[in-house]
Design a protein around this ligand. Structure first.
Ligand SMILES: Cc1cc2nc3c(=O)[nH]c(=O)nc-3n(C[C@H](O)[C@H](O)[C@H](O)COP(=O)(O)O)c2cc1C
Length: 390
């Protein structure tokens, strides 16, 4: 654990602390993109290209970060994005993230491929947990999972639609990692070089009789674990997902339905016609299609097309001004993926709490310095360097 939390001042400090705590294989899985990492780098470059033009001497006083998302008022425009196997970073990882986020009134979206089950996460933050769904090859098994998610009190379902093929992440192959660890001489040495992580994440659960961490949303008997990550074909990600699946989900899921991973205006229009409540404009954090456009380049036209749907944006947010920029381009709120993971690795729940605090403080400061008091004050006219792509 980073001995002195107060030395962690910006995202890169947390990232460095995460890199020294985690085995190389897990850090790369969490931190990197796909293929040549063009989407990752270009997405960041596009955020940096945008400049904020202040307009001063208007209203003074503290700013209000509240916003409206899916018909509800949120205290801040942040939502924690779904990230698979966060529970391997620290035991109970997903629940720790939820409890830290709850202290800021921030909802979390739990991944299908989490290590902590939905029932334990909703306990940490009742009413504030969303669920991310990957559509499985066997749709009936997926519907059974949805019943369980509903029974746990979840109202918002986020269906990830940008993973119709397995993305190429070469470093995972080289590291012997595929949603779990393949013991190789290199990975064993890597883990041995990170004894604190090994003791917390592997030895303690074994000694306490909790066994090898597994994927609790998979049906019993077909449940992979992190040392045997092979999935039964019926619960592999479906590669034949179409709008008919979304129409069907719209019929069976009575709560809010959100599609994650849209980057094209025609898909947004179709989502609207299908009765979807919200979209997440996302490149999956630069981890899927390596030639994907930068989110900030497509966001204005997608937000336009979205009509009354809630628009959430993510990918590449590392500081408060990034949040400001995505909101100014038309997002109602943003998701953050890696930042809470860096915080979790650096210092457990306290690290997550601190990195969320840092991001909110940076957003307040950016708003203050640019003369904005409310989220609704952020518009495209505050930005220089906007490129609008249809
Ligand atoms: C380690 C990791 C695992 C992820 N797992 C999932 C997942 O299971 N489902 C999903 O929809 N997105 C997943 N994502 C993508 C995030 O939900 C989110 O879109 C992305 O992390 C946002 O970019 P950022 O990390 O730069 O904030 C994952 C991202 C990371 C970093």
């Amino acid at each position: 654990m980073a001995s002195d939390l107060s030395s962690l001042l910006e995202a890169e400090d947390f990232r460095k602390a995460a890199r020294s705590y985690l085995p190389h294989v897990l850090f790369e899985y969490m931190d990197r993109g796909s293929e040549r990492e063009t989407a990752l780098k270009q997405g960041r470059a596009a955020l940096d290209r945008l400049r904020i033009v202040p307009s001063l001497l208007r209203e003074a006083g503290p700013c209000d970060l509240s916003c409206s998302v899916l018909g509800k008022t949120l205290a801040t425009p942040l939502i924690v994005a779904p990230t698979a196997i966060a529970g391997m970073i620290r035991p109970g990882g997903e629940a720790r993230i939820a409890s830290a986020a709850a202290s800021h009134g921030i909802p979390v979206c739990l991944a299908t491929q989490s290590i902590v089950p939905i029932e334990a996460v909703t306990k940490e933050s009742p009413g504030n947990v969303w669920f991310q769904l990957y559509i499985w090859q066997n749709r009936q098994r997926m519907l059974d999972l949805l019943e369980r998610v509903k029974a746990a009190g979840v109202e918002t379902l986020v269906v990830t639609v940008d993973t119709a093929a397995q993305p190429l992440r070469h470093y995972n192959r080289r590291n012997g990692f595929s949603m779990g660890f393949r013991p190789t001489p290199r990975s064993v040495l890597d883990i041995a070089a990170h004894p604190n992580w090994a003791a917390n994440a592997l030895l303690k659960p074994l000694v306490q009789g909790r066994g090898i961490p597994d994927f609790p949303h998979y049906p019993e008997g077909l449940r992979p674990d992190v040392l045997r990550p092979q999935q039964d074909a019926s619960v592999r990600l479906a590669t034949d997902v179409t709008w008919r699946d979304i129409e069907h989900l719209r019929m069976v899921w009575k709560g809010s339905l959100v599609l994650k991973g849209l980057l094209c205006a025609e898909d947004v229009a179709q989502a609207r016609r299908t009765g979807v409540d919200g979209i997440v404009v996302s490149t999956h954090g630069g981890r899927n299609l390596d030639s994907a456009p930068a989110v900030v380049d497509v966001l204005p036209s997608l937000a336009d097309e979205a009509g009354n749907m809630t628009v959430i944006a993510d990918s590449g947010i590392r500081q408060g001004s990034d949040v400001f920029k995505m909101l100014a381009l038309g997002a109602d709120a943003v998701m953050i993926g890696r930042l809470p993971l860096y915080g979790l690795a650096a210092a457990g729940s306290a690290g997550v709490e601190r990195i969320l605090h840092m991001l909110l403080e940076e957003l307040r400061i950016t708003m203050g310095l640019s003369g904005k008091k409310r989220i609704s004050d952020l518009g495209m006219e505050t930005l220089l360097g906007v490129r609008i792509q249809e």
